[in-house]
Design a binder for this molecule. Structure first.
Ligand code: NAP
Ligand code: MG
Length: 498
């Protein structure tokens, strides 16, 4: 009989987990040079989980030196692409073999439901790593037509030392979106996870060594924002790839400019509009999808459908269906396999979301939720919350809340809906629901967003599609073959042959 993975199973397993909190530099786990540590907490109960190395500039210097050394000697950058592929595939197989352990670490450290980490974060991470491993021996350069006395090539070369600074909402997955293409392309990588969720990144570093990734090629420096800042200012880091807030993204861009003009890639926030036209093919499905779009992962999703724009004539019906669908997203204990949503990452984020709920009560009509829940555990749990706004001027209709808060905005015409959708500084994602080809075509062309869904939301998680934003949602794209270009330089080689 297969083991029953109920809450008791995960709680029991949690007791036996060894939590590695040391940084990973040059192929080994090490304490910070100063021996300083900070604590990572579990959002499940707000209790301390483990002490973690607080890396300062001295540690960042060591990691950068190890990455630089490994890059220049060519232990990784100098391998044939198919040799790198083989090692990355071994690493992916090890991650798969450790799915339960890694998913549990992720749920403990981030408060995400175990069903999500086992069913989404881990498979997504492994898929991403495999996809870039499989891609790398199928990449070609170019041979342009030239004057016959010359022969020239355009080739891709790795950048060198790539720093990846990532957030806490999908700790492993966001890291994999950076390190998979960067490593596949032959770079050496320094990963800086969020101080709120460092444990899964540290654990996979040990598995990288087991897979055969040479010392110095994959490093993890743990710490707070200052550790990320040290990477952004470092003169020997060639590229910094960042996912997080616009505020920090701006600072990283400034620091890159002030130091060595390292390449900067930013995946930032969003306030994505989900537009439902009156000729939507299935209102009940649009309502279910709208609930999932905002309440999954407790709304802590950069591409969350946080604005639901509904054509006035169907607003009452859609809202009724939405209120019913929202009942499926009541938080539960994150280690209960039936829980669809879990805890908010920490008290700071919880307070921020609660402030927005108070603002929402002043400027819009509260339709559902808005309360914190104390019956689950001592962590921060919030009811899924829905506001109905009179128009699109409310703060809650424009600012990223990054929590389980949806604002519904009625509109009259498609032009109005597109104008509202495009009015924020962001441009990460959008969706339109309609049965009319002309409406769909107009909307998909005019919505300023890196991803536009039609008659669905958040569907087709497929590495072939680039992910990233227009406007202040960032630059560059994660995923797809386009992401490789972020981690390579183009080289033109021109030979006189005659
Ligand atoms: P954040 O505060 O910007 O932090 C992101 C990362 O940057 C963390 O590792 C953080 O370290 C580090 N950091 C903080 N200050 C830094 C500095 N001065 N220099 C360099 N690094 C620094 O963002 P967050 O609160 O973790 O994540 C939420 C934000 O990320 C939201 O705005 C969300 O929309 C965005 N996001 C975007 C995407 C996307 O793909 N577009 C995906 C997920 C999330 P510490 O955590 O240790 O302070
Ligand atoms: Mg934590």
């Amino acid at each position: 009989m297969p083991e029953l993975k109920d809450r008791a199973y995960w709680l029991e397993k949690a007791k036996t987990l060894r939590l590695e909190g040391r940084a990973f530099i040059d192929g080994v786990y090490v304490d910070a040079h100063s021996r300083a540590t900070f604590c990572t907490y579990s959002p499940i109960d707000a209790l301390p989980l483990a002490p973690v190395a607080l890396c300062a500039s001295a540690d960042v210097d060591l990691a950068v030196a190890a990455a630089r050394r490994s890059f220049e000697v060519g232990v990784w950058s100098g391998l044939a692409p198919r040799e790198r592929k083989s090692v990355l595939l071994k690493w992916a197989a090890l991650l798969e073999a450790h799915t339960d352990e890694l998913a549990l670490l992720e749920s403990l450290d981030s408060g995400k439901p175990i069903a999500d980490t086992t069913g989404g974060d881990l498979p997504g991470t492994i898929y991403c790593l495999r996809w870039f491993a499989e891609l790398i021996d199928k990449v070609h350069g170019e041979v342009p037509a030239t004057d016959p006395r010359f022969f020239g090539t355009v080739t891709h070369q790795p950048l060198g030392v790539v720093a990846a600074v990532v957030p806490w909402n999908y700790p492993l997955l966001m890291a994999a979106w950076k390190f998979s293409p960067a490593l596949a392309a032959g770079n050496s990588v320094i990963l800086k996870p969020s101080e709120k969720t460092p444990l899964s990144a540290l654990r996979i570093a040990g598995l990288a060594v087991e897979a055969g990734i040479p010392a110095g090629v994959f490093n993890v420096v743990t710490g707070d924002g200052a550790t990320g800042r040290d990477l952004s200012l470092h003169g020997d880091v060639d590229c910094i790839a960042f996912t997080g807030s616009g505020k920090v993204g701006r600072e990283i861009a400034k620091n890159a400019a002030a130091s060595n003009l390292k390449r900067v890639w930013l995946e930032l926030g969003g306030k994505s509009a989900n537009i439902v036209m009156a000729d939507c093919p299935d209102i009940a499905q649009a309502a279910r999808s709208a609930a999932a779009a905002i309440f999954a992962n407790m709304g802590q999703v950069c591409s969350a459908g946080s604005r639901l724009l509904v054509q006035r004539s169907i607003a009452d019906q859609l809202i009724q269906e939405l209120l019913d669908a929202t009942d499926d997203y009541q938080p539960g204990h994150p280690l209960d396999p039936d829980s669809v949503t879990g805890a908010i990452i920490d008290g700071v984020q919880f307070e921020r979301v609660c402030e927005y709920i108070e603002i929402g009560k002043q400027e819009a009509q509260l339709l559902k939720g808005g309360n914190s829940l104390s019956h689950i555990e001592s962590g921060a749990y919030l009811e899924p919350t829905i506001f109905l706004a009179k128009d699109s001027s409310a703060r809650i209709a424009n600012e990223e809340i990054f929590g389980p808060v949806l604002v519904v905005i009625p509109f009259d015409t498609l032009e109005e809906a597109i104008a509202i959708a495009n009015q924020t500084e962001y441009g990460l994602a959008a969706a339109v629901w309609s049965s009319d080809l002309k409406t769909i075509h107009t909307a998909t062309r005019q919505l300023k967003a890196g991803t536009v869904w039609v008659n669905c939301y958040d569907e087709l998680v497929d590495m072939n599609f680039p992910f990233g934003g227009f406007k202040e949602s960032g630059n560059g794209r994660d995923n797809s073959a386009h992401a490789l270009s972020k981690y390579t330089e183009l080289k033109s080689t021109i030979m006189r042959c005659g």
